[in-house]
Design a protein around this ligand. Sequence first.
Ligand SMILES: *[C@@H]1O[C@H](CO)[C@@H](O)[C@H](O)[C@H]1NC(C)=O
Ligand SMILES: *[C@@H]1O[C@H](CO)[C@@H](O)[C@H](O)[C@H]1NC(C)=O
Ligand SMILES: *[C@@H]1O[C@H](CO)[C@@H](O)[C@H](O)[C@H]1NC(C)=O
Ligand SMILES: *[C@@H]1O[C@H](CO)[C@@H](O)[C@H](O)[C@H]1NC(C)=O
Ligand SMILES: *[C@@H]1O[C@H](CO)[C@@H](O)[C@H](O)[C@H]1NC(C)=O
Ligand SMILES: *[C@@H]1O[C@H](CO)[C@@H](O)[C@H](O)[C@H]1NC(C)=O
Ligand SMILES: *[C@@H]1O[C@H](CO)[C@@H](O)[C@H](O)[C@H]1NC(C)=O
Length: 307
Amino acid sequence: MIACETQILQRLAVLVMFHGLSMGKIMPHYVLVQRQMSWYKARDFCQRHYIDLAVLSTEEQYFSLINATAANNVSFWVGLHRQNISSAWTWMDGEELTYQNWYRRNYQGCVSLEAMLEKDKKLLARYCDEWHMFVCQGPVSPQPVKDSVGSDHVILSWNISAFMQMTPHSYNVTLCTNTCNTLVFHYTTGSTFMTIKISNLTSATEFVIEISAFVVRPEWAGEKNILQSNPTALQVKTVDSRGQSRAIFVILKLLKLVSLAPPLWILCQILKTYDFKESATNFSTVQELSTIETLVELVPDKTRGIG
Ligand SMILES: *[C@@H]1O[C@H](CO)[C@@H](O)[C@H](O)[C@H]1NC(C)=O
Ligand SMILES: *[C@@H]1O[C@H](CO)[C@@H](O)[C@H](O)[C@H]1NC(C)=O
Ligand SMILES: *[C@@H]1O[C@H](CO)[C@@H](O)[C@H](O)[C@H]1NC(C)=O
Ligand SMILES: *[C@@H]1O[C@H](CO)[C@@H](O)[C@H](O)[C@H]1NC(C)=O
Ligand SMILES: *[C@@H]1O[C@H](CO)[C@@H](O)[C@H](O)[C@H]1NC(C)=O
Ligand SMILES: *[C@@H]1O[C@H](CO)[C@@H](O)[C@H](O)[C@H]1NC(C)=O
Ligand SMILES: *[C@@H]1O[C@H](CO)[C@@H](O)[C@H](O)[C@H]1NC(C)=O
C-alpha cells in the first residue's frame, strides 16, 4: 500500500494546488488526486498524506473548488457523507451540509463533485464503493488571530477550527523587523484554542508576524514531507517602555500629591480659620491661638464631641 501511495504521490505532477486570498479570507489548499479509489480508501489516503478529504464549509470554497476543477471533466470525491439513510449529510469536520444546490439522485452515503453537471449544482450523492478521483485538503491557517502587546512581548490567540482539531499539527510563527525569526508552537490535541507568548522583544518596535499551520507527513522521494498552509499575516507594535516609564513617573508624582493632600488641606483650613478669626476677633488674639486649638477646629466631628 505504502509503495503504491508513493507512486501515486510521485505521479501527482498534475496535482492542482490552489489557494487564494480573496476577500481577506484564507482559502485552504486543495489537492486533486488523479487516481481512482472508493470513498473510504480515498479518505484514508487523504488522512495519511494531507489532513482529510476536502471540506467546503463556505460557498466561496465551493465555487473556488468548482473553478479549479473546471478543466477536469470528471468526478471527485469530497469529504461529505452520511452514515446511514436516517442521519444527516455532514462534512468531515462535523458540520452539516447547509446549502441545497446539489443532487441526491441516488441518495447514497458519499458525495462527489461533478465538474460536468450544469451550473452550480455540482454535488452528487453516490455509492461509496464506486471508484473516483478525489480532492484532499491540507492544513488551514488560523483566522482570525487576536493580539495583545506589552513593551517586551506579544500574546497571540486564535480558535482552532474543527477541521484542524482532527489532526496533530504545529504552527510556524515568523516575526520580522529588519530580520526575521521563526518560532514553532505545537498544538495540544483536544484543545479548541491556542494562546502563545513571544517574549524578549524590543519595545516600541513594529513587527510583521506570519502564522501558518503545518503537518508533517510520511516522507516520499526521500524528502521530508511538510505541508504548510498559507500564512495569516498581522502587524503589531510593542509598547514604548520609555513612554511607559514616563507614565509611571506621572503617576508617582500624582501619588506624591495625594500623600501631600492631607497636610495641604490642613494648611488650607488653618488659613481659613485665620481669616475667620481675623474678621471676628482681634488680630492679636488670633496670633495667640494654640496649635492644639486649631487642630481641634479642623476635625469637625471630634470638635463637637470634645467641645
Ligand atoms: C470562478 O470563476 C468565475 C468565472 O470563470 C468567476 O466569476 C468567479 O468569481 C470565480 N469564483 C471563485 C470563487 O473563484
Ligand atoms: C464532459 O464529459 C461528458 C461525457 O462524460 C461529455 O458529454 C461532455 O461534453 C464533456 N464536457 C466537456 C466540457 O468536455
Ligand atoms: C445512523 O447513524 C447514526 C450516526 O450518524 C447512528 O446514531 C444511528 O444509530 C444510525 N442508524 C442506523 C439505523 O444505523
Ligand atoms: C473564539 O471563539 C469564541 C466563541 O466561541 C469567541 O468568543 C472568541 O472571540 C474567539 N477567539 C478568537 C481569537 O477568535
Ligand atoms: C517556517 O517558516 C519559515 C519561513 O517562512 C520556513 O523557512 C520554514 O521552512 C518553516 N518551517 C516549517 C517547519 O514549516
Ligand atoms: C530572554 O533573553 C535572555 C537573555 O537575553 C534569556 O536568558 C532568556 O531565556 C530569554 N527568554 C525567553 C523567554 O526567550
Ligand atoms: C483689637 O486690637 C486693637 C489694637 O490693635 C484694639 O484697639 C482693640 O480694642 C482690640 N479689640 C478687641 C475686641 O480686643
